[in-house]
Ligand binder design. Sequence first.
Ligand code: C2E
Ligand code: MG
Ligand code: MG
Ligand code: MG
Length: 292
Amino acid sequence: AAKSLGGNQYHYFTPSMQEAVQKRMHMINDLHVALENNQFETVFQPIIDLKTGDICRAEALIRWHHPVHGLINPASFVPLAEDTGLIQAFGDWVFLEAAKAASRWRKYVPDFQVSVNISPVQFKNEGIDTNVWFAHLKSLNLPPEAIVIEITEGLLLDIDEHTSNQLLALSDAGIEVALDDFGTGYSSLAYLKKLDIDYVKIDQMFVKNLTTSEEDRVLCEAMTVMAHKLDIAVIAEGVETLAQLRMLASFNCDYGQGYYISGPVNDEEFEELLAASRNPDGNAPGTMMGHV
Ligand code: C2E
Ligand code: MG
Ligand code: MG
Ligand code: MG
């Protein structure tokens, strides 16, 4: 862009770039305020057991209700939180929210699990204070296996000893680990065992054309078979149709998550979904699977 302006380097910052920089500075400032003023909300997306159709777990997903800009999705602000070091405080907050939800919903479903997304940046520098997390669990009287942390393959790409130690401290304590967006990165399969991964989440890009693309069907099935051979359970993301749900069940994929089942909802709505899924008079188990 600078060259097209006649090679004058001093024109590098065009007015629109200055605006972008300023907007970013404002957003960073707003992010600090948001943490102090509780502008974040955790929403929950149900995950069902593909054998029974029952809701058996939830993924906690963060939302930001900005006082001026309205609802902001994580894709827009998580990277900012990562760049500014706010991700640590933010991650601790989400963890506690997930733990509180798990302790409520375990009253309905004793082995209910809530999963929480962890940014690779949370492990950097001073890292996660695992003792704080364990203290939260203790204060809620919640067993560690009620929580699943979701990490991405990107984390495994340049994993250092510091990160793998924190990860193993969490999983040794009994917190389970899911590899998110599975199949989209370049992680070494050896890490699946080395890091004690309990679940892989097949990325929605493979599920999207599952019933129309032979290639995607083969990939989904192969990932499922491989994970099972390693004693790893499989969650399919982005399930948007009954046909996808049935095909995933047909090759023994364990769990499904996606708009066909439900989008992310607030905690009250989630509790209603959970009650309905367990109530034989209401939305009977299996209804979701189409075999009423
Ligand atoms: P993710 O962990 O892979 O989460 C799944 C995303 O797919 C969510 O987007 C969810 O709303 C969306 N989704 C669910 N079902 C469907 C479907 O059937 N079709 C389609 N097209 N999309 C579906 P969301 O909530 O916008 O989150 C985006 C990403 O932001 C997440 O991807 C995760 O990487 C990150 N994220 C969300 N919450 C947190 C958090 O608390 N902490 C951190 N570090 N990252 C978070
Ligand atoms: Mg996730
Ligand atoms: Mg484990
Ligand atoms: Mg994902």
